[in-house]
Ligand binder design. Structure first.
Ligand SMILES: [Zn+2]
Length: 576
């Protein structure tokens, strides 16, 4: 019999307060530690979910109150008085709606158990049960079979923590088969659904991923979508499912948002292999009690970002133009970030726990998503070049999966060993330069693209004044605030800084439309507020352009070698 049971209910949905009961039997201890996870897998920062616990109490089966004392921001000590059975009741404020949160409202209950289910550290390996007290007309989107009325069983706490669900009367459900697996698409908040389009596109990229990696961890896989009226974009991976929050709902099947829907869905599905199965040894198993530092975030997020988009292209769901756009977005994020010369992606990975999900100090760090995906492209290219396309980074992933099947997490050393066995034997130095160092990616990127008959050209995607002066602006109506100042740019040399609010240019009220085209040696006088004081800056424009990006061009006279390499890499013919 299951001795750990969770029960979810509510009184008034609009208050967004969830009533959770945690029933424990089989207790033999006098004192017990009780905890709530401090973070959730997929977001490598502290979540501090206990701030949502409005009240908490414990009592024995006979109703006697038991003493519960808080001992840290996410743990309590319970004086059990040697009661074998007791219950902890708490009210949880469920008012955040994103892909990794818990949300209660009049139309749905949406739960990520990792942020609201208490656990007993000593009994995490025991099976547990979850019962939902929801209206009869509610359907439940969950990657588990019902074992009783609205009741589900989990092999251990980790499995429960990894099983999000949505209970709702209005959720829509589609199913399809792809490569011997059964897939579910659940949409909450969507008014009308384009069934054929969704099934066609999803089954293609799902099949392509399975073709590359082999079987998914489970026979079935669930995509749970929270489609919001407002703009949103967020996905969180689980072993047998994913939650994706996307909006605005009215635009979901428009070109741009639908492309994002495919992009994030392909990324999250690939996480079923890469991070849920293939995982750094640093995080095997996940430790919910503290930070799980890793310098290999560029693999679990970067490789996933790269392959998520590449699978869409390989499967034909994206054409070359759509794939090229995703590639150029990565290049833009990379080249616009001067932090790439300051902080390696390995250090940035470690520091996601510190400030990985906010802009933070200017030019301090890089993104594990962006740098990791470009690194993957360069590593893949090196292996392909060395083996005449007989081997690729796909083989590295398959070897990591073979390791994972034996319960092994990967390390930097293991990765180097695998890559050195396939390609040039200098991956230690390569990673030292590009993953753990801050060497400029551009020459290596150019080389990798050239192999495929592609080239990169300079691209100016900001306003001319931003490229010339070296400032990135945040513009709202007539107001222009300096977001970033490029190192060694005219603006930086003139003393400008993040936060300056522009008020005049050459003595005339600031108006972006009035900024002239700027040529080298031109002088510019910018007046700005800084901390409510007026300062004037004198800029001398130089030849260099700042915050530039790159665009990908086809080499028109690409030869047969390049065309073949392109075909081998993408599964598609060289674009015309
Ligand atoms: Zn991800």
């Amino acid at each position: 019999m299951t001795q750990l049971k969770y029960h979810f209910s509510w009184d008034k949905a609009h208050t967004q307060i969830l009533q959770i009961k945690f029933e424990v039997s089989g207790n033999t201890h006098k004192q017990l530690e009780i905890r709530l996870p401090l973070w959730r897998p997929g977001r490598y920062e502290l979540g501090n979910f206990a701030k949502n616990i409005m009240s908490i109490s414990a009592h024995a089966k006979n109703g006697k109150a038991l003493k519960l004392v808080k001992t840290s921001i996410h743990s309590w000590i319970l004086e059990t008085e040697e009661e074998q059975e007791f219950e902890i009741s708490y009210r949880y404020y469920a008012a955040v709606l994103n892909a990794g949160s818990t949300w209660l409202h009049t139309d749905q209950l949406y739960v990520n158990p990792v942020n609201c289910c208490l656990y007993l550290p000593e009994r995490m390996d025991e099976p547990c049960e979850l019962t939902l007290d929801v209206p009869n007309n509610y359907q439940i989107a969950i990657d588990q079979k019902e074992i009783g009325s609205r009741t589900y069983r989990f092999s251990n706490f980790d499995r429960l923590a990894d099983t999000p669900f949505i209970a709702s009367a209005s959720i829509q459900h589609l199913e399809f088969e792809s490569s011997g697996h059964h897939f579910h698409l659940w949409f909450q908040g969507l008014k009308s659904i384009q069934e054929t389009k969704l099934k066609t596109d999803f089954s293609r990229f799902c099949a392509e991923q399975i073709r590359c990696m082999g079987e998914l961890p489970g026979q079935e896989y669930h995509f749970l979508f929270q489609i919001t009226p407002q703009q949103s974009y967020h996905g969180v991976e689980h072993l047998y499912s994913t939650v994706i929050a996307l909006g605005p709902e009215k635009d979901l099947f428009g070109d741009s948002l639908y492309t994002e829907l495919l992009g994030v869905s392909s990324h999250e599905l690939f996480h079923a292999w890469n991070v849920k199965w293939i995982r750094p040894a640093d995080m095997l198993p996940y430790n919910f009690e503290k930070e799980n530092y890793s310098r290999l975030g560029w693999i679990y997020e970067g490789v996933t970002t790269w392959y998520g988009d590449l699978f869409l292209y390989r499967s034909g769901v994206f054409d070359f133009k759509a794939f090229k756009t995703t590639f150029e977005e990565k290049l833009k994020k990379h080249f616009n970030n001067y932090g790439r010369f300051n902080f390696s992606v390995a250090d940035s990975s470690f520091d996601t726990w510190l400030d990985g999900y906010v802009a933070g100090a200017p030019h301090r760090k890089t993104s594990i998503y962006t740098e990791g995906s470009l690194l993957t492209f360069m590593l893949d290219s090196r292996i392909r070049a060395f083996t005449n396309d007989l081997k690729s980074f796909d083989d590295v992933l398959r070897q990591l999966l073979a390791d994972a099947r034996q319960g092994l997490g990967y390390t930097r050393e293991r990765l180097i060993e695998i890559m050195d066995s396939l390609g040039p034997q200098d991956h230690r130095e390569f990673l030292g330069n590009y993953a753990e160092g801050c060497l400029d990616f551009e020459p290596e990127l150019r080389k990798s693209l050239r192999r495929l008959g592609l080239d990169i050209g300079l691209h100016l995607d900001l306003k001319p004044v931003e490229h010339a002066a070296g400032i990135k602006l945040s513009i709202s109506g007539q107001q222009a605030d300096v977001l970033l100042v490029a190192p060694a740019s005219p603006a930086e040399k003139a003393g400008m800084a993040t936060g300056d609010q522009l008020i005049a240019l050459n003595g005339v009220r600031w108006d972006l439309a009035l900024v002239p085209d700027l040529l080298p040696d031109e002088k510019l006088e910018i007046t700005a507020f800084r901390n409510a004081k007026i300062i004037t800056f004198n800029l001398l424009i130089e030849v260099d352009k700042f915050f530039t990006s790159r665009q990908i061009n086809l080499i028109q006279d690409a030869g047969e070698d390049e065309r073949n390499a392109f075909r081998s890499w993408s599964g598609q013919d060289f674009p015309q």
